[in-house]
Design a protein around this ligand. Structure first.
Ligand code: FES
Length: 74
């Protein structure tokens, strides 16, 4: 989420990156191996909110190398 905002890209959020709303989810199109592992908080949030496996919660994910992503609102 911080990387997206730093590059001027909009990120949906109603919890300001606290890992509660799941609105910041992004679809990973390539480079999933270049992301930090899913934390328990992210895993549980995705289960509660029915977030598909191909999505990551951007405020709970660190980018370690190149990735390709998309959202429904870009
Ligand atoms: S901004 Fe709410 S879960 Fe990421």
């Amino acid at each position: 989420m911080r990387a997206l905002l730093a590059h001027g890209l909009p990120v949906a959020s109603s919890c300001h990156g606290e890992g509660v709303c799941s609105k910041c989810r992004v679809r990973i199109l390539a480079g999933a191996e270049n992301l930090s592992p899913e934390s328990t908080l992210e895993h549980d949030l995705k289960l509660r909110q029915n977030v598909s496996r191909e999505f990551r919660i951007s405020c709970q994910t660190c980018v370690l190398n190149d990735i390709v992503i998309d959202t429904t609102y870009w």
